[in-house]
Design a protein around this ligand. Structure first.
Ligand SMILES: C[S@@+](CC[C@H](N)C(=O)[O-])C[C@H]1O[C@@H](n2cnc3c(N)ncnc32)[C@H](O)[C@@H]1O
Length: 303
């Protein structure tokens, strides 16, 4: 089996065809490059860890995909949902999966160190779990402390010279209180927005009506949350998505977290994969405003 990047582009193109989530695809391609790089010279053993592995779509595909060409010595997936880990164990019987909370420092410390650590769409759930009943919103101070601690714990698992790959939501630059005016392009979009306002839990959403039922004004903070959740409205997934803020850090906060953890950023990319769908849903009427970059992919290397 050849190891050229053309081969791998083709391999992942074929293998990931059924995967609807294009963001996840970007994370898998980037992780595949890291695994191949870390396994040089040929046969150099690589340990791979995914925190918040869900049903193993990422770590499972990576271990399977590289089985014949790299020496992934051990891979570990951690998730606190027992049912998700059961699914992983059934799908990937040779791999190690642990039911546990990855914010538990003792649990992580016992795992040792890894050449590649993955945090894919996981930390925004740590942030969202800091919802406070008395506040009726996420307790932002507490949430950011928990995210910072969880990130530091993940970074400690990276072996010297190894990599941490983070893929997650991104708070866009600019004042989160800045007002943005929107026009809904369909009646369904307007109805879905009302569902969003009523049911989104992490923050109270306070739109201002603009004299016509199709036009509203929202803060940048709320607009970002609405637009990135708009693809789930009216679908079964909304019932879980409504509890999670996909955004928690802006780019500067991510950079600072990597620097604090002793990780040098080797790659940082922002990407949007759903903007065509967004454009069919709403028009932005505020001059100079545009749809946000939705995801961030950062690869940091331990000195
Ligand atoms: C959106 S899913 C992403 C799953 C996987 N990384 C992927 O991209 O396919 C996030 C996962 O993180 C898990 N999770 C969130 N917080 C966790 C924690 N503190 N400890 C363990 N798992 C956690 C959730 O149970 C969920 O399965």
């Amino acid at each position: 089996m050849t190891e050229s990047s053309d081969f791998w582009d083709f391999y992942w193109e074929m293998r990931l065809q059924p995967l609807q989530n294009l963001g996840k695809r970007a994370a898998i391609l980037a992780a595949s490059r890291l695994i191949r790089q870390m396994s040089q010279p040929p046969g150099r053993p690589v340990r791979l860890l995914e925190l918040g592995c869900g049903e193993g779509q990422i770590i499972g595909a990576l271990v399977d995909g590289h089985a014949q060409v790299t020496a992934i010595q051990e891979s570990v997936g951690v998730d606190y949902l027992a049912a998700a880990i059961e699914t992983c164990r059934r799908a990937y019987p040779g791999m190690r999966f642990i039911v546990g909370d990855f914010t538990d420092a003792a649990l992580l410390a016992a795992l040792g160190q890894f050449q590649v650590v993955l945090l894919v769409n996981a930390l925004h759930e740590v942030y969202s779990a800091a919802y406070s009943e008395p506040l009726g919103e996420v307790d932002v101070t507490l949430a950011k402390e928990r995210v910072a601690r969880a990130f530091a714990g993940a970074a400690e698992r990276v072996a010297p010279g190894g990599y941490l790959l983070l893929f997650d939501g991104l708070e866009p630059p600019g004042d989160p209180r800045q007002k943005i005016r929107l026009r809904f392009l369909t009646r369904q979009a307007r109805e879905h927005f009302e569902t969003f306002v009523r049911q989104y839990r992490p923050f109270r959403i306070s739109p201002r009506a603009l004299g016509s039922p199709n036009r509203v004004e929202l803060s940048r903070r709320d607009f970002t949350r609405y637009i990135t959740k708009s693809i789930f409205l009216g679908k079964a997934l909304w019932q879980t998505e409504r509890y999670e803020s996909y955004q928690y850090y802006n780019e500067n906060e991510f950079r600072a977290a990597f620097a604090r953890a002793g990780l040098t950023i080797r790659e940082l990319r922002t990407l949007t994969v759903d903007d065509e769908k967004w454009r069919r849903t709403v028009a932005i009427e505020s001059p100079g405003e545009s749809f946000p970059e939705e995801h961030i992919l950062i690869i940091g290397q331990k000195d």
